[in-house]
Design a protein. Structure first.
Length: 281
């Protein structure tokens, strides 16, 4: 992620990624809550409306830093050791980001399941906190319940990162050429991150709606009650229309655009600081 010639080590990527993930998730959590409630099948008002917009933040505090740290350390390591030539850099960024997302989702999905069910008050009085919701997931679905929606999350994240990170790297390269300077300052990288994140967020909103619906579905998959992703997608389109597939597009685009600026800006700032400290202790 460094714009200059010096690449971060695995540990530097891990630390900077953890700081970036925690910063953005805590800062923009209320917008994420509004987006999730807009996408829920029960409707915005019944899911909680504008009350308790920090419900579920506990799971984010626990899972955000490890998830982002795993993503960035994997992404930077894959980029550094990519066998692809320089002229195929966008493909290298796409593949690196995709592998990073799959690794991060092993941590992120359980966090998301607990967060979305707490945000939408799925368990009512029994799931008022993140810990209480986690207990309900374990009680009703077992350990596999924490990975409800893993496939749909991967299906959302890979297209998202395949758009976001090649665009982010392209914008950084173009801006660096215009300014005739490497590396970019953190706020300049943040602007590139905001544009890339907002664009990718808007285009992948239908996949985010699908992921939210799967995670909020309390039916038992082992009893044949769980529709396939394609069937679920088709049902939303047929029964609720195209607008339902873009539910929450405005808050999603807003928070990921602003969040992309914070996420990637903080990452660049921290990783540059760690590299400078290592070079000049």
């Amino acid at each position: 992620m460094i714009s200059g010639d010096v690449k971060p080590t695995f540990l530097q990527s891990l630390m900077a990624g953890g700081a970036a993930g925690t910063s953005v998730d805590l800062l923009f959590f209320p917008i994420d809550t509004v987006k999730t409630r807009l996408q829920s099948a029960q409707g915005f008002a019944r899911a909680g409306g504008l009350s308790g917009i920090y419900k579920g933040v506990g799971s984010v505090v626990v899972g955000s830093a490890p998830g982002a740290a795993v993503f960035f350390s994997t992404y930077d390591t894959m980029k550094k050791h990519s066998p692809l030539p320089e002229n195929l850099a966008p493909l290298s960024h796409m593949l690196s980001a995709s592998v990073g997302e799959v690794a991060a989702c092993l941590i992120r999905v359980p966090t998301e399941v607990i967060k979305t069910r707490t945000q939408t008050m799925t368990y009512g009085a029994l799931g008022k906190s993140s810990l209480a919701a986690a207990k309900q997931v374990l009680l009703n679905d077992g350990w596999t319940g924490f990975y409800r929606g893993f496939g749909s999350t991967i299906m959302r994240e890979i297209p998202f990162t395949s758009l976001q990170f090649p665009l982010y790297e392209l914008l950084k390269a173009q801006l660096s050429k215009q300014l005739d300077r490497k590396p970019l300052y953190a706020h300049e990288a943040a602007i590139c991150g905001s544009i890339a994140g907002g664009t990718a967020a808007a285009l992948t909103t239908p996949l985010d709606v699908l992921k939210t619906r799967v995670m909020l579905d309390l039916r038992n998959p082992s009893k044949g009650q769980f529709p396939s992703l394609s069937r679920r997608f088709r049902d939303i389109y047929v029964n609720e229309g195209i607008r339902a597939l873009f539910s929450g597009v405005v808050p999603r685009t807003m928070w990921i655009s602003a969040g992309g600026a914070v996420f990637l800006g903080v990452y660049e700032w921290v990783v540059h600081g760690l590299i400078s400290y290592h070079k000049y202790p």
